[in-house]
Design a protein around this ligand. Structure first.
Ligand code: 15L
Length: 272
């Protein structure tokens, strides 16, 4: 039976996956810097700092597949991004190769392409347009995934996750919402589908306002059950309480684009 390592197990997504994955992968190994407070006696946990290669090697030992959700999950100071998402991600791929791990599902992010405008529909083959140091680190992780797939034969799936949660929380999230059970479907495709070499999918549910062409995921069997429009009124009511921001409201990456922005805003037009 396949042993699956989940990094970032104490984070928001990891905490949800811990509950949803056992029916499909009973042999889960959880890891993070600190154990989740609610760790059950039936759960296996090994701590690791991603920036420490020896510790990452130790958690990859005897593992068949990895769901890599560990790292810094929002914009932050360069040194934090560097340690967790650049050095940490490199260590994860390198340890996986050394330990004979066969598959990795890497939690990339919509922020790898956040500077595409919302009126442009994009596929997974567009040039990276990161909106933050965090977004740059996700582009780096996707590039590492391609290298380790092409050069070392790991089967790698990158998920450009939109916004994970029980329901979309504002106007932007109506386009990019990802229901937890739909993330599980995408992870299962990455861990089990025989056709995987190197893939990028958008981590989004069935959202009628989507900006993304996610046909490759659908080709490999993805059938999302979440529908953002079911929560339209709630999301728009929450949006009405937020202050407008020309840059953040124009680009796909939202506030990640607007924060620290001192560039040329002449591309920002009123299109809605
Ligand atoms: C992400 O990548 C973040 O991890 C998450 O906290 C949200 O900000 C999300 O993107 C989003 O774009 O809504």
């Amino acid at each position: 039976m396949a042993r699956i390592l989940v990094t970032g197990a104490s984070g928001e997504i990891g905490s949800s996956l811990r509950k949803l994955l056992p029916p499909f992968y009973p042999d889960l190994l959880l890891s993070d810097m600190k154990a989740p407070a609610s760790l059950g006696t039936d759960e296996k946990f090994k701590p690791a700092e991603l920036s420490n290669l020896a510790q990452v090697e130790a958690i990859c030992e005897g593992v068949d597949g990895i769901l890599h959700f560990g790292g810094y999950s929002v914009e932050g100071p360069w040194d934090s991004i560097l340690q967790s998402n650049i050095i940490g991600c490199y260590n994860l791929f390198e340890a996986a190769r050394n330990q004979g791990v066969k598959r990795i599902v890497f939690a990339s992010s919509n922020h790898a392409v956040g500077f595409y405008p919302r009126h442009q529909r994009i596929g997974t083959d567009v040039t990276a347009r990161p909106d933050s140091r965090y977004g740059v680190s996700k582009v780096f992780g996707e590039a590492l995934g391609a290298l380790y797939a092409d050069k070392h034969g790991l089967k790698v799936t990158c998920l450009r996750i939109g916004n994970f949660g029980d329901r979309p929380i504002d106007h932007r999230r109506l386009s990019i919402w990802l229901k937890p059970e739909d993330l599980v479907q995408l992870c299962r495709i990455g861990l089990d589908h025989p056709g995987i070499h190197f893939e990028i999918f958008y981590g989004a549910s069935y959202n009628e306002r989507a900006w993304w062409d996610n046909h490759r995921a659908y080709d490999l069997g993805y059938r999302p059950t979440g529908r953002a429009e079911d929560f339209r009124d709630h999301a728009l009511a929450a949006q009405a309480k937020l202050p407008p921001d020309r840059v953040s409201d124009f680009y796909q990456g939202g506030t990640f684009c607007g924060m620290e922005f001192d560039g040329d805003a002449s591309n920002v037009i009123d299109w809605q």
